[in-house]
Design a protein around this ligand. Structure first.
Ligand SMILES: Nc1ncnc2c1ncn2[C@@H]1O[C@H](COP(=O)(O)OP(=O)(O)O)[C@@H](O)[C@H]1O
Ligand SMILES: [Mg+2]
Length: 254
């Protein structure tokens, strides 16, 4: 699978989910690649001890200034997980690709030579529906949509679903929604409970059975360059992301 973690809203748990499901699948013995397409490079910074020592990033490969994608893939601090690195220079990518006739297809093209090296590839995307996210949807086989358990959480989902439909029609008919993941859930508040009910009512079986609770451990672990599974193996967050990884495998088989 090539799983794009997508929602054009920021702060909904895309990067946290990308890191921890990649780590969970790696722990299950799968060879994993995490592709960081966000110019903010939070995934990259969270799993490399010295991100500054790379002079190139996905930008250079997508712009065809660097031929070999392996030069921007590194082992990460998480066992079994490699990372294709982003840098702030990724912010120049969208304006640079705008006039290119194959501008939407670059990520798919550059991942092709390494696809066979990995069991699964996870793509972390920026909080926009711009060209970088479109590249990710064209390259992906599956999409995972994190939705924050909060008031207004469904604002914007129509635009996202419309974009997914458009990509399916025009460029990637095989693209499937793997699931919708409720994140940052606070079970103490009534509004959170209502929101979960509403999300499950709107999206039914598309929603993962397991949700992700708000947890300080999940917030802390990237600062130590660790996944939740080594940072706090007995935490609720570790339990939940392990369950979600199991659901992902089940869903992929159906
Ligand atoms: N389940 C969670 N519990 C607590 N904090 C979380 C959780 N998921 C994400 N966060 C924190 O919320 C912020 C936004 O999450 P992030 O994964 O970076 O979202 P996005 O990539 O969608 O912008 C980060 O500071 C992150 O550490
Ligand atoms: Mg992010």
């Amino acid at each position: 699978m090539i799983i794009a973690i997508t929602n054009q809203k920021g702060g909904v748990g895309k990067t946290t989910t990308a890191l921890n499901i990649s780590a969970a699948l790696a722990l299950m013995g799968q060879k994993m690649l995490l592709v960081d397409t966000d110019p903010q490079a939070h995934s990259t910074i969270s799993v490399l001890n010295d991100p500054g020592c790379f002079s190139k990033s996905l930008y250079d490969v997508m712009m065809r200034q660097e031929e070999n994608i392996e030069t921007i893939i590194s082992k990460s601090t998480i066992p079994g997980l490699d990372i294709a690195i982003s840098k702030i220079s990724m912010a120049k990518l969208e304006p640079s690709l705008l006039g290119e006739i194959d501008g939407h297809y670059r990520l798919r093209e550059i991942l092709e030579p390494v696809r066979e090296n990995y069991t699964h590839i996870v793509i972390d995307t920026p909080p926009t529906l711009g060209l970088i996210t479109l590249n990710s949807l064209v390259a992906a086989t599956h999409i995972l949509i994190p939705i924050q358990s909060s008031y207004l959480c469904l604002e914007g989902t129509d635009d996202l679903l419309e974009t997914i439909d458009k990509v399916k029609r025009v460029a990637n008919p095989e693209l499937r929604i793997l699931g919708i993941l409720i994140t940052l859930h606070d079970k103490r508040t009534n509004i959170s409970k209502d929101v979960v009910k509403r999300i499950r009512k709107v999206f039914g079986g598309l929603v993962f059975k397991t949700l992700v609770s708000k947890s300080v451990k999940l917030e802390e672990s990237p600062a130590y360059k660790e996944s939740i599974f080594t940072y706090a193996p007995n935490s609720v967050g570790a339990y939940q992301y392990r369950k979600i990884a199991e659901e992902i495998i089940q869903r992929a088989e159906n």
